[in-house]
Design a protein around this ligand. Structure first.
Ligand SMILES: Cc1cc2nc3c(=O)[nH]c(=O)nc-3n(C[C@H](O)[C@H](O)[C@H](O)COP(=O)(O)OP(=O)(O)OC[C@H]3O[C@@H](n4cnc5c(N)ncnc54)[C@H](O)[C@@H]3O)c2cc1C
Length: 453
């Protein structure tokens, strides 16, 4: 019998497996696909290195500690701090400084933004007099109430769709931007709060050899015989004494603990047979389909706008929600004569474009990108990576839902949940959750017995 069966080989599952390994526990990791890393997907070619999944990692303490332990400190590179541009009626206009995480470095920057009309600016002046809302609400309702419709339409919606692939009308404020909500609660006004304590920008890091290097390093530290690709878990169920039976495509194992490190929809369907109430709580957490198109262009054939990335509000009708100029954001990753672009496709309001086949989708991207930066000739490279059901959208009331879920989970103390749909979508959140969950595992074999498994 295993100490732990880990289902899902994304960053959550691999981080958890590494923790099991450090503690001499016996484990197996079952991954449905033919590659490790889940959403993390670095593409390396002659035309440069690009991220077809996540690009950046927030430098949270536990994450930095893990990277240090793995000997990856020399891999860190800071993301360039160029301000994103927002497409507004055929013009690319800068987002106020620091606004990327909805934390402007100063209220003046927002007030003076060319993205707002005079009416939008007048509306901002009312912010200190707006009353508070009790309980959770959607990001759209919060921003509309405090800062007005224009800030929502031209600043917040492009960020929320361009980074989270989500719809601000449904997204929980409490679970997505808790520090902004806290500022309202503590000061009664964002304006007063920002004046009193200007926010510090989070450290955003990339990896010199791409985020897949983190996946590779973790994987190399694990026992290779205990890692199973192409092994979707079809079912699992309690088998008495807190133990579990896990059924994959071609094997059946018993384990003392089970960790589900899966997207929300798969977690819900695997729980359905023996924990239908838990499954029902998870079901409403939507996981959006997104895709990333990485392209490389000869520098002399492209007119590149200034700015590290472009954000496209839904109203502008383009098929992508953001375009990162990867060669500007990550200097040194591409040859000097190459421009690399990374488009985020799909997500809320843009699902229809993902119905297109690869060839048609790439052509549509080209037409749309051409509106922002005139392109001549063909790209040197185009890689399209689809991420079905990869980006969760936390609905209003998410925090309470998770609290209720974890309470129900107490009926199964050897069942553990991890993944991006619980307490944070980012890679760093997933790592943190996986580390804290793994602390609950107890060994059922001695290290000598473990070595013999
Ligand atoms: C395009 C994109 C851009 C992003 N950008 C950023 C960013 O810049 N910064 C950031 O911090 N975060 C970003 N994120 C979010 C972050 O990458 C993910 O939330 C995180 O990597 C999720 O990790 P995970 O291990 O929880 O889940 P996943 O990576 O989804 O892994 C789950 C794994 O479970 C496997 N699986 C599914 N069903 C089964 C089954 N039945 N049996 C066995 N295995 C199964 C899947 O194949 C998958 O490998 C981005 C995500 C995407 C998709």
């Amino acid at each position: 019998m295993l100490d732990v069966a880990i289902i899902g080989g994304g960053i959550s599952g691999l981080t958890a497996a590494y923790q099991a390994q450090r503690r001499n526990l016996t484990y197996r990791v079952f991954e449905a696909s033919d590659r490790w890393g889940g959403a993390i997907h670095t593409i390396n070619s002659l035309q440069g290195l690009e991220e077809a999944g996540p690009e950046t990692l927030v430098g949270k303490p536990q994450v930095l500690e893990l990277c240090r332990e793995l000997g990856l400190e020399d891999q860190w590179i800071p993301a360039s701090k160029e301000r994103p541009l927002v497409l507004k009626d055929k013009h690319l206009l800068p987002l106020p400084e620091g606004f990327r995480r909805l934390m402007p470095s100063g209220t003046k920057a927002v007030f003076q933004s060319p993205l707002l009309s005079n009416w939008g600016r007048m509306r901002l002046l009312m912010e200190p007099f707006v009353g508070q809302h009790k309980g959770d609400e959607s990001v759209a309702d919060f921003i509309r109430r405090r800062l007005g419709e224009e800030v929502l339409q031209w600043m917040v919606q492009p960020i929320v769709t361009g980074i989270y692939g989500a719809d601000p009308e449904h997204l929980s404020m409490e679970s997505t931007f808790p520090s902004l909500l806290k500022r309202e609660q503590e000061h009664g006004s964002l304006y007063r709060s920002f004046r009193k304590s200007p926010p510090k920008e989070a450290t955003l890091l990339g990896f010199r050899q791409g985020l897949s290097h983190l996946v590779l390093t973790l994987r190399q530290k694990l026992k290779q015989d205990w890692l199973h690709l192409n092994s979707p878990v079809l079912a699992f169920s309690p088998c008495g004494g807190g133990e579990w039976h896990i059924q994959t495509k071609d094997q059946r194992v018993r384990a003392r603990h089970v960790l589900l490190a899966l997207p929300a929809p798969t977690t819900s369907s695997l729980l359905q047979s023996f924990a239908p109430e838990m499954a029902a709580l998870i079901r409403p957490i939507v996981a959006r389909d997104v895709a990333v198109l990485c392209q490389a262009w000869p520098k002399d054939k492209v007119q590149v706008p200034e700015g590290g990335s472009l954000l496209v509000p839904l109203t502008q009708g383009l098929c992508f929600s953001s375009c990162t100029m990867a060669h500007l954001k990550w200097p040194g990753r591409s040859p000097w004569d190459v421009v690399t672009t990374r488009l985020l496709l799909g997500g809320a309001g843009r699902e229809q474009f993902l119905q297109l086949g690869d060839k048609d989708l790439i052509e549509r991207c080209r037409q749309d990108l051409n509106q922002l930066m005139p392109l001549q000739g063909d790209p040197l490279k185009s890689v399209l990576v689809r991420h079905p059901q990869r980006l969760p959208e936390y609905p209003v009331g998410h925090r309470q839902r998770i609290a209720d879920l974890l309470e129900l989970g107490q009926a199964h103390p050897t069942l553990h949940l991890s993944g991006n749909w619980l307490e944070g979508v980012g890679v760093a959140d997933c790592i943190q959750r996986a580390i804290s969950v793994s602390r609950l595992w107890k060994r059922v074999r001695t290290p000598e017995q473990a070595a013999a498994v």
